[in-house]
Ligand binder design. Structure first.
Ligand code: GBH
Length: 471
């Protein structure tokens, strides 16, 4: 089916602001493959996935979608989706095989070709500098983000990339999902869903104490701040920088002022180690005093760096973190348990509530005064199969996207400054820990033949992008 140029009736009154970016997102390790080509160094995800038992089915990203060799075809697909923006990540060990020191020009060349291809197709490139594939050398030498040496190496790498691509790439995200790689990689996260607790891990696969973890968080946000400064030092005027964090959002159980206020308090406090310190330049008293958690070692100078001014904030929004109601007891809110029968999407952690797509950007504005917000990821996994007629009917993903974008449009119509949306993901790919059996794409990938087939959700996306509206 091709998108119709006619305006659908539904679009009237459900439009996004003019200039809204319609994007799709991917990350390097999840699609590129070519894990040891053209001088690339090993990343911690290469090591982790090569260790039997870590990933479902012992899948690895060695070949993945072979995007490294098929990027031209993939840019063509983006064009056919009607995407006007593309969020991809750069593999640090391609650019600095040893993490720092001598750059590998062939590594950067790949991204340079990709960017040229995107621009020729009229698609705005948004580059993420760290989507978790840390050079293994930095893990071996410093314990990765356990050391501020890694934060400094990140800044060196960020500055180098901005220097080389800055003439063409105008938007950078420093780090993707601080919370996920820190908590999952350095401690393992317990997530409660439907009365069950599931464990989510990842590379490098450490199990640090709570206080050690606080220091890792601190080095991650410090890396972000140093990275922002390094980019600003070399990039042309007009270059925009921000982060892409998976904020955990407290959703007010009822849309009434005292609930809304309670939810804002909860979101601010529950993101203290990442979002709050990056936007406020201080750790909350509660965070520093947290029972048993210890306190990170830091200087005032570092806090200033961490809170370096940004041009936009990026948030990955998949699910509500908690529902809250006001409380007379400190801290002024209480969490409501998520019911065992609460609807969810396919992933075990994926509690379904599209309203989070309204509250997340609204809270970015009301808590921190954000003036430019990007939804850097939103999407869901589904049990996609190719039907007898060769098509993929992902009705649940269409429902999910329509519902989430409906709530996002509600936010923009109230004046919340959201400048774009990136659907996760441009195509099925390697899902961390779950491997290739978990499909997040709006384009189906046959991992035997690597053939790509747009799903029903790709048609939905194209219609929405063409009309700049919820359809
Ligand atoms: C993102 O992970 C990643 O950026 C992306 O690479 C990945 O493929 C995609 O989304 C799909 O998983 O939030 O309490 O449930 C973010 C999603 C965040 C899901 C952490 C699991 C566990 C804790 N993950 N979450 S909770």
């Amino acid at each position: 089916m091709t998108a119709s140029a006619r305006e659908s009736h539904a679009a009237v009154g459900r439009r996004f602001p003019a200039g809204f970016h319609w994007g799709v997102a991917t990350s390097a390790y999840q699609i590129e493959g070519a894990w040891d080509e053209d001088g690339k160094g090993a990343s911690i995800w290469d090591t982790y996935a090569h260790t039997p038992g870590n990933i479902e089915n012992d899948d690895t990203g060695d070949v993945a979608n072979d995007h490294y060799h098929r990027y031209e075809e993939d840019v063509g697909l983006l064009e056919s989706l009607g995407a006007t923006a593309y969020r991809f990540s750069i593999a640090w060990p391609r650019v600095f095989p040893e993490g720092a020191g001598k750059p590998n020009s062939k590594g950067l060349d790949f991204y340079s070709r990709l960017v040229d291809e995107l621009l020729a197709a009229g698609i705005e490139p948004f580059a993420t500098l760290y989507h978790w594939d840390l050079p293994q050398t930095l893990q071996d030498r410093y314990g990765g983000w356990q050391s501020a040496e890694t934060s400094k190496a990140f800044a060196e790498y960020a500055g180098y990339v901005a220097e080389r691509l800055g003439d063409r790439v105008k938007h950078y995200f420093t780090i993707n999902e601080f919370r996920s790689f820190v908590e999952g990689g350095y401690q393992v996260v317990d997530v409660k869903v439907g009365g069950k607790t599931i464990q989510l891990g990842g590379a490098p696969g450490l199990r640090l104490s709570d206080s050690e973890l606080k220091q890792v968080r601190h080095h991650a946000v410090l890396g972000h701040g140093l990275g922002v400064q390094a980019i600003r030092a070399v990039a042309p005027a007009g270059t925009k920088v921000g982060f892409a964090e998976n904020i955990r959002v407290a959703v007010p159980a009822i849309d009434a002022p005292e609930y809304v206020e309670a939810a804002e308090k909860a979101t601010r406090e529950r993101n203290a180690g990442f979002m709050t310190v990056m936007l406020e330049g201080r750790y909350t008293d509660e965070y520093l005093a947290e029972a048993g958690g210890g306190s990170p070692t830091f200087t005032d100078e570092e806090l200033k760096t961490i809170a370096a001014p940004l041009d936009f904030v990026g948030i990955n929004v998949y699910r509500p973190g908690w529902y809250v109601e006001p409380s007379d007891e400190p801290p002024g809110y209480s969490e409501i348990p998520i019911s065992a029968s609460h609807p969810k999407m396919q992933s075990s952690w994926h509690v379904f509530d599209p309203e989070v797509m309204y509250w997340a950007p609204r809270q970015m504005q009301s808590i921190w005064g954000a003036e430019s917000i990007f939804i850097t990821e939103n999407g869901c996994a589904a049990a996609d199969v190719v039907a007898g007629d060769g098509r993929v009917y992902d009705s649940d993903r269409v429902m999910f996207m329509r519902a989430c974008l409906g709530q996002l449009q509600r936010a923009t119509s109230e004046g919340v400054p959201v400048d774009g949306y990136f659907l996760w993901s441009a195509q099925d790919n390697f899902e961390w820990v779950d491997g290739y059996g978990t499909r997040f794409g709006i384009v189906y990938v046959d991992f035997d033949t690597l053939e790509r087939t747009p799903k029903l959700s790709a048609d939905w996306f194209r219609h929405a992008a063409m009309q700049n509206a919820v359809v």
